[in-house]
Ligand binder design. Structure first.
Ligand SMILES: [Zn+2]
Length: 389
């Protein structure tokens, strides 16, 4: 069986040519006639809509931007699809946009689709659904459908992929990465969030080796008898991180180590120097984002945006502005010190507060504090010219 994940099909696409059968109380077709919403063999899985509460909840979820969950289509032939799972959700959306029921607004007043605000309408139309298109024999599809619907235990993304691409490769992968007895798990847990039983290490190993295309990768290697290539790559990433950063900090867990490895593993680092720099940055109260410290160091300690260094607050800016402007007025020069020493028309210009930005006199990266005595106001042009030092 072959599966393809579709992420760009919108509610509008699905509801194009939506047909609802009033007598049987079910959605029949969508996707401009290409989609059969209720195929024959699915009858047993259909539940009557629960007094309208469930269908209203579907619409409220869409409006709040909550995910509607995975939807499965079975590709019967070219241009012909059937809903495997998601019939109720699709029918709810189709019925709503066809004014078959109303939802309650903020004031508890019923509103049908025609009556809601244009932006809400657009939000519904443009919502993208997460759809798996499966291709295979009917017996295969039915068997698989049973697997994904194990009562009460919803499968997560990786568990689902394991089911879809089951075979020797997944078996070997799970032996290594989903085995809580594996002595390496403690080491991996320093860099990867999650647990072996929920497939998190296996998922990360696949993600790194496939550069983010897990489904493709699993499909290509499905019948491989070993996972050697994947294991070597995974261990290279882990060994590289633990070699460059010798201290384990809790903020390292869950970072994009696969991407960072690809970007920086060819550069040489001195672990002792790196360790000192990590400690120095951990002790810096002006750094808001400690997770950014590792990429900042790997990139040569230049991109301060990664650290989210604290900025001057409004009160400090106002105070400095007032002092600076009063002094400049006396001397009849611009209140931007850089304009004042220039030779153009701005030499004597008095900028408004909103036209200026706060600047570190001594740059933060050179030890300058985010304190009032290290703050000066510059016109926006000069502040930008000074750049991110
Ligand atoms: Zn200026």
């Amino acid at each position: 069986m072959k599966t393809t994940l579709k992420t760009d099909i919108t509610v509008k696409d699905i509801c194009e040519g939506f047909v609802y059968n009033e007598l049987e109380g079910k959605g029949l077709f969508g996707l401009s006639g290409k989609l059969t919403i209720q195929p024959e063999y699915q009858r047993n899985y259909i539940y009557a809509l629960d007094g309208g509460k469930k269908e209203a909840a579907v619409i409220e979820s869409v409006l709040k931007g909550y995910p509607l969950g995975l939807i499965y289509f079975n590709k019967v032939s070219e241009g012909k699809l059937e809903v495997l799972d998601g019939q109720q959700r699709i029918t709810s959306v189709g019925r709503f946009v066809n004014d078959k029921f109303a939802i309650k607004d903020e004031n508890g007043m019923p509103q049908n689709f025609s009556g809601i605000a244009a932006d809400k309408k657009a939000k519904i139309w443009e919502t993208k659904l997460l759809i798996y298109e499966c291709e295979g024999k009917e017996s295969e599809i039915k068997e698989w459908f049973k697997t994904i619907n194990i009562a009460g235990v919803p499968l997560n993304e990786q568990e689902l992929l394991n089911a879809v691409y089951s075979g020797p490769f997944v078996t070997r992968g799970k032996e290594e990465f989903s085995n809580s007895q594996n002595a390496n798990i403690q080491k991996w847990s320093a860099y990867i969030k999650g647990s072996a039983s929920r497939q998190d290490f296996w998922e990360r190993a696949l993600d790194w080796a496939s550069k983010g295309n897990i489904g493709d990768y699993m499909s290509r290697h499905r019948y491989d008898k070993n996972i050697t290539e994947l294991k070597i790559y995974f261990n290279s990433v882990i060994d590289w991180v633990s070699g460059v950063f010798t201290d384990v900090e809790s903020e390292m867990c869950g970072l994009e180590w696969g991407r960072l490895y690809e970007e920086y593993h060819k550069q040489a680092y001195n672990p002792a120097k790196v360790s000192k720099e990590v400690q120095k940055l951990y002790g810096d109260p002006y750094i808001k984002n400690r997770k950014g410290i590792f990429e900042y160091i790997l990139g040569g300690s230049v991109d301060t945006k990664l650290l989210e260094v604290r900025v001057f607050d409004e009160a400090t800016k106002k105070t400095v502005y007032a002092t600076q402007t009063a002094a400049a007025e006396k001397k009849e020069i611009s209140n931007c010190p850089n304009c004042a020493i220039g030779h153009d028309a701005n030499k004597g210009k008095a900028w408004k507060l909103a036209e200026m930005d706060a600047d570190h006199v001594a740059a933060w990266s050179k030890g300058g504090a985010t304190a009032i005595k290290n703050c000066q106001m510059l016109c926006k042009t000069h502040n930008r010219a000074k750049g991110n030092r």
